[in-house]
Structure formats: C-alpha cells, structure tokens
Write a protein that binds this ligand. Structure first.
Ligand code: ATP
Length: 366
C-alpha cells in the first residue's frame, strides 16, 4: 500500500552548490554538504545566517537560485514537498487543532492513501514510540508543550521519511523539558535510522545531538565536522568564538609548523597554539583564541600573562575568574574545583598560564 512503499531507511542528502538569493540579496552562498544516510546533522549559526532558507529548500517550500539537492540517488529539485519523503517538525508544533492526537499522527498516512486499519496501527505504534499511547484520543490543546512536540515528531516519522527536518524544535520548551526532548529525539532518530537535519542557533544543542555540525555564517558554510572537531579545532575565528567561549587575544606569529604555532601575545607572554587552520606568514598578526578551560591561575613570580583579578564566579564544579590583562576586556579562566579551590579576591595580582597546544590562532582581520 501507499504508506509502506515510502522509505523506512534514511537516505543520504547532498546539497550541491546551493545558492539562494531573495531578490538581489544573497541568503545562502555556494553551500556544499554531503550528509550520510542515518546521520544527524545540525545547521548551526546566528540569526540570519541562512539555516531556515536551507531547510526550506530541502523541504521543497523554496526553490534555490542555484545548485542541486540530491536525496539517495535522486535529484529532487523538481518534486513538490508532498513527494519528497520529508518529515518536518516546527518550533510551534503546527498540529491540527481540530484533530485528535491519533488523527494528527495518521494524517500523512491518510494523505498517502493508507487504509484506515493501517493508519490506526501505525498511529498506535508511533504514539507508543513517543510514549503517548495514553493520550491518543485527546485534542492537541489538552497536551503540554513537550507532549505536543512529541506528537509532532510522531507525525513526522509516520510517513517513514527518508529525511527528517527539525526547525528549532526545542526552542519553545522550558529548560528541563528541552533536555528530556533532546534525549528523546536522539533516541528516536537512532531507532528510526532516519537522516536528520536539525536547525538550531543553540551551540550546546548542536554539539550534544549531532553526528556532524555544519556551522554557517552569513550564508556561507564555515565548517562541517564532528562536534569535538568543531570545538577543539575550529576552522575559523568565527567558529571558535561562536561555538563555546573563547578569550580572543591579539599577537604576532613567531613561527608555525605541523606540530603547532608559537605566538607572542600582545598581553606579554608566549604561547604554543595548535597548528594553524589558515596560513599566516611568520611575523604576521594573529588572533589567538584561548578557551577559559585552557587557562589556569598561577602565583605571581611564575611565567605567564600578568593580570589582576576583577571578579570570581564560583559555579559549583568550576570556578571562573575574570582577570584584567592589559587594556582590553577581562579574560575568563575556568578551573575545576575538585572539591577545593577558593575564589581569589578582586584586586589580587596573578599570572595566567595557558595549557600548551590547545589554543587556536587565526589571521587577524586586515
Ligand atoms: P533565524 O535563526 O533568525 O531564523 P536563519 O539563519 O534561519 O535565521 P534565514 O531565515 O534563512 O536565516 O535568512 C537568511 C537571510 O535571508 C537573512 O538575511 C534574511 O533576512 C533573509 N530572508 C529570509 N527570508 C526572506 C524572504 N522571504 N525575503 C527576503 N529575504 C529573506
């Protein structure tokens, strides 16, 4: 029957040179992404970077100006949304208010010509999967936000999509519920084996859920890599500062090779950074990105960057100090407390030491 012939297995998704212009304005510029079958990929970036535009292009709501979308071995650009085997979950759930939960889940199956019996059994199976079998006869407004989102997810999975598109699906949920739903979505995505594209501006969400993260800025793909690579070896200054916290400190490149880069910081210390992602000639200006957890406080008299404590923030497992070094804004240092470690008083002179080989450096803007 119609419903059974749609794919149960996720398929690969290739965005091949996608460019989109609204009128004359470029929203997405030559984006290339090669997503494996069953993979969960996040599109991560600040507001206006083109995430939603890309999602709408894959869904078929928007026709790209240039490039191709390939699902499995098929170019799908000519297919209308209803024939793309794509399931979509929106931030606002977008459930049909006058249909019961079960009818909402069965909706896509009905539209694809599944029999009543099949609609019923599939709806039950999916509602059990999202642990909502007991509310099948209710209307959406009789559910909590988290429950409504699970119904939306069940509805999207009911058509056995080749691709699942999630557009900021957790944004409307409060913090605890959001974490539960994130774990739930990850579990269901694994079980269903469905290739998933998640749009989010939340970097923690992208890092924790994704197999790979596509970081976008101003319509361009900055980096496409596994979460730990994006975090530890960001491909650009933008990625380093957008994903996770980073103290940016200007300096001069003393020398670089495949093992690392030696940098003289303007703040008055020499550090060893990771090998450069983008080449810089020796003597050239760079911006070093030092994550707070790459730094530790030492006593005066040791090497390192001289500074003065401005503020201490004991956060429980870690303690963060803000330290003024030179004229710029204070830098943050995050140290594990390991059951000890008292905050230092504001005004205390200190040295800041950087763990070798962890910071990243990028060419300074010309
Ligand atoms: P957000 O997180 O705020 O939703 P986004 O990353 O999803 O942002 P898009 O909605 O894809 O970004 O928008 C990318 C760019 O295209 C932005 O500059 C936006 O102003 C512009 N844009 C989006 N939709 C339209 C439209 N219908 N007409 C004209 N410009 C648009």
């Amino acid at each position: 029957t119609g419903a059974r012939t749609t794919t149960a297995e996720g398929r690969s998704v290739v965005l091949d040179g996608i460019t989109h212009r609204y009128g004359g304005a470029v929203a997405v510029e030559n984006v290339n992404l090669d997503i494996r079958a069953g993979e969960l990929v996040s599109l991560l970036g600040p507001s206006g970077c083109g995430k939603t535009t890309l999602l709408r292009i894959v869904a078929g709501f928007l026709r790209q100006t240039e490039g191709r979308v390939i699902v499995g071995d098929q170019v799908i650009d000519a297919l209308p949304p209803s024939r793309r085997a794509v399931g979509i979950v929106f931030q606002n759930y977008a459930l049909f208010p006058h249909l019961t939960v079960a009818e909402n889940v069965a909706y896509g199956l009905a539209a694809r010509g599944a029999s009543r019996a099949e609609q019923g059994s599939e709806a039950r199976r999916l509602l059990d999967l999202v642990k909502l079998g007991h509310v099948a006869a209710r209307l959406p407004r009789q559910l909590s936000g988290g429950q409504q989102q699970r119904v939306a997810l069940a509805r999207a999975l009911a058509i056995r999509p080749a691709v699942l598109l999630l557009d900021e699906p957790f944004a409307a949920l409060d913090k605890n519920l959001r974490l539960d739903m994130q774990i739930e979505v990850k579990r269901l995505q694994r079980v269903a084996g469905v290739t998933t594209l998640l749009v989010t501006h939340d970097q923690e969400e992208a890092l924790s859920l994704s197999d790979r993260v596509a970081v976008l800025s101003q319509g361009r793909l900055e980096q496409f890599a596994p979460p730990t690579t994006v975090y530890d070896a960001p491909g650009s200054l933008f990625v380093n500062t957008f994903v996770g916290a980073a103290n940016t400190m200007p300096g001069v490149l003393l020398g670089a090779d495949a093992t690392g880069a030696r940098i003289a910081l303007d703040a008055g210390a020499e550090i060893v950074a990771r090998p450069l992602a983008q080449a810089v000639a020796a003597g050239g200006r760079v911006v070093a990105c030092l994550r707070p957890e790459h730094l530790r406080l030492a006593e005066t008299g040791e090497d390192g960057i001289a500074g003065v404590v401005e503020m201490a923030l004991p956060l429980g497992p870690t303690i963060v100090h803000e330290v003024r070094v030179g004229a710029g804004s204070p830098i943050k240092i995050a140290e594990p407390r390991l059951g000890g470690g008292a905050p230092r008083a504001p005004g205390t002179p200190v040295r800041v030491l950087a763990a070798p080989g962890l910071a990243c450096a990028f060419p300074a803007a010309a």
